[in-house]
Design a protein around this ligand. Structure first.
Ligand SMILES: NC(=O)c1ccc[n+]([C@@H]2O[C@H](COP(=O)([O-])OP(=O)(O)OC[C@H]3O[C@@H](n4cnc5c(N)ncnc54)[C@H](O)[C@@H]3O)[C@@H](O)[C@H]2O)c1
Ligand SMILES: O=C(O)C[C@H](O)C(=O)O
Ligand SMILES: [Mg+2]
Length: 603
């Protein structure tokens, strides 16, 4: 019998803000000052006197015991003072100051840090995640104080199987891995890219309730081709050009073998790999390990949900998706991931073939419109290259403005990494769109790399557009009390649920069916009323709730494909007997929530 009732009883307090129920004990093998210096166990001034006695802490702290609520209020006060004190200073200075204060708390007291993050996710996500995380990566060598996560370098070849045991945590559930080769739209940042796995895993804890003791950010340092970094005397990574070919793959292979030898049930998310390695590693590992590529697959699911939302926003049935003309700007891992998933979804729709589905899309890269006449056509882009006969009035390499004027698309979707590429002329050309409610998705990150700003989109393309961006922008005041809603089309709406669903189902692999289920769950999360207002994605304040739903959908898809091997005490048979609601409840009960647990010392 599976243990829903038992889970429910032991976790009943989790949804309350400051619970009065007593959480279960936590075993600690340290004593005294070592506990104060371990952010996982540290409660700062919050250690009760009895615990101070038990753990050898008496005299190591000021005598007064401060409650969790008071500590929380004190931290928020200092955060708000910092906001006041930095008013008027350059954005970069303010963003880094905010990141520093949060990072210091993260380094000192994880329970308080994650509670603050969960309760203030709308304000804090832009600090610990996109866009500030980009700035942090750019300045990493200067900001570095203490390590977080693991670093495997080309110099560690042959050692990884033993190195993996240097990680102090007994169990690891979620790993986010990068080689730093394409950090957001900022290019190759080498070892400094470690900030991305750290930020993504913070979102895993906040949104998916992954236990922070069981997450592992990883940097695979195979060198960098960033000349500026190679010349920087403070650069902390390997000073050598990136490994290529088999040499590169052998490093990734060795890492993956080491991880799955120690933690066979872990989920690995590949993040911000340059395109060739993003696709290659996905193909190489997806049928061997429980892994996915967030930039290809997570992004695709979020974009597809947005495209379906756009159809609904036009007041049309979803079946009308087959009539949408969509211009995708950027033929990289993200752009092609979106195209592949959208075409899969379209070809499942009644009466639509894959060829017909492809005809709806126009793909543009740095050399313009991609056609079959392209010399050195990238094989990954080839399925979406246009035949000359299908693009009357257009030609190979046609520019974005020309394409938009000619095609009059319903949707203009940017994943190019190039800030401002949706120029005033391009946005104005979208006014001639055949759609009653044209959509503009400026999905590149961070903010400077967005294809256009929200203000410019509403100003030039018109007030009746639907707008989404990868990095957050404020809603736009359109005057007369009207508001242009800004959606954040960021893979953060899906990757936490994909990882969580895979983990708690004990899925062997992450399949297209599971990813499709995640995307459909996000698409159907919004009400018609929201969609009519141009709101395609939930508020980030609801991300924990959404993630539980997505996790449930992924779990059910894994069960349907007979890939769910179970998790903890719950086996595959129990999953099969769960209703939809029960799967979501089960997922929720597996979500960690930050409260101080009584510490019990064990030698
Ligand atoms: N919002 C999200 O959730 C999300 C997810 C993944 C990636 N992204 C963003 O998407 C961007 C691209 O990521 P990627 O992994 O696909 O990168 P990539 O380097 O693999 O691909 C970039 C593509 O853009 C094209 N391009 C470059 N300049 C162009 C121009 N002037 N006009 C048209 N196309 C141009 C390139 O030819 C290439 O095809 C990054 O900024 C990244 O931050 C956002
Ligand atoms: O990191 C993000 O904010 C989204 C995405 O994974 C990206 O690479 O831009
Ligand atoms: Mg990414």
């Amino acid at each position: 019998m599976w243990k829903l009732v038992q889970f429910a009883a032991s976790n009943v307090s989790r949804s309350r803000r400051f619970s009065t129920a007593i959480p279960g004990p936590c075993i600690v093998h340290k004593r005294g000052a070592d506990i104060l210096h371990d952010p996982w166990f540290n409660k700062d001034t919050g250690f009760p006197l009895t615990e101070r006695d038990r753990l050898g802490l008496r005299g190591l702290l000021p005598p007064r015991v401060i409650s969790f609520e008071q500590q929380y209020a004190r931290f928020m006060d200092s955060y708000h003072s910092l906001e006041n004190n930095t008013k008027g200073q350059p954005d970069k200075v303010v963003s880094l100051a905010k990141w520093r204060i949060l990072n210091r708390l993260h380094d000192r007291n994880e329970t308080l840090y994650y509670r603050a993050l969960i309760d203030n996710i709308k304000d804090f996500a832009p600090v610990i995640y996109t866009p500030t995380v980009g700035l942090v990566c750019q300045n990493y060598s200067g900001l570095f104080r203490r390590p977080r996560g693991m670093y495997f370098s080309a110099k560690d070849k042959g050692e990884m199987m033993s190195m993996i045991y240097n990680w102090p945590g007994q169990q690891v559930d979620m790993i986010v891995l990068t080689d730093g080769s394409r950090i957001l739209g900022l290019g190759d940042l080498g070892v400094q890219g470690i900030g991305i796995p750290i930020g993504k895993l913070d979102m895993y804890v906040a949104a998916a309730g992954i236990n922070p003791q069981r997450v592992l950010p990883v940097m695979l340092d195979v060198g960098t081709n960033n000349q500026k970094l190679l010349k920087d005397r403070l650069y902390l990574g390997l000073r050598q050009p990136r490994l290529e070919g088999e040499e590169y793959l052998s490093i990734v292979d060795e890492f993956m073998e080491a991880v799955y030898t120690r933690w066979p049930k872990a989920v690995v998310q590949f993040e911000d790999f340059q395109m060739k390695w993003a696709f290659e590693t996905l193909q190489r590992y997806r049928k061997r390990f429980c892994m996915f590529n967030d930039d290809i697959q997570g992004t695709a699911g979020v974009a597809l949900a947005g495209l379906l939302g756009t159809v609904r926003a036009q007041g049309r049935p979803l079946s009308n998706f087959v009539n949408q003309k969509i211009v995708v700007v950027g033929a990289g891992s993200a752009g092609l991931g979106v195209l592949n998933m959208a075409v899969q979804a379209l070809s499942r729709m009644e009466g639509n073939t894959e060829t017909a589905a492809k005809s709806q899309f126009f793909l543009i890269d740095k050399n313009g419109l991609v056609t079959t006449e392209r010399i050195d056509l990238d094989p990954a882009a080839a399925p979406f290259a246009k035949d000359a006969k299908d693009i009357e009035g257009l030609r190979e390499g046609a520019g974005l403005l020309e394409v938009v004027k000619n095609v009059k698309p319903d949707v203009l979707l940017g994943l190019s990494g190039v800030g401002g590429v949706f120029s005033e002329e391009v946005l104005k050309a979208m006014r001639q769109s055949d759609s009653t409610k044209p959509a503009i998705f400026a999905m590149s990150n961070p903010t400077m790399n967005a294809e256009c700003t929200a203000d410019d989109a509403f100003k030039h393309a018109g007030e009746n557009i639907v707008f989404a961006s990868g990095s957050p922008f404020e809603n736009v005041d359109l005057g007369n009390g009207k508001v242009g809603h800004v959606n954040q089309a960021n893979n953060m709406y899906l990757f936490p649920g994909i990882g969580l669903g895979a983990l708690v189902s004990g899925a062997r692999f992450i399949t297209d069916g599971m990813l499709q289920a995640a995307s459909e769950c996000l698409a159907s999360y919004m009400t018609d009323e929201d969609i009519q207002k141009g709101i395609l994605y939930p508020s980030i304040n609801n991300i924990r709730h959404l993630t539980a739903e997505v996790g449930g959908a992924v779990l059910r898809a894994a069960v349907a494909e007979d890939l769910a091997e179970g998790h903890g005490d719950v086996g595959p048979r129990e999953f099969m007997n769960m209703s939809k609601e029960e799967t979501v409840e089960y997922v929720k009960q597996n979500m960690w929530y930050p409260v101080y647990s009584p510490l019990v010392h064990e030698k």
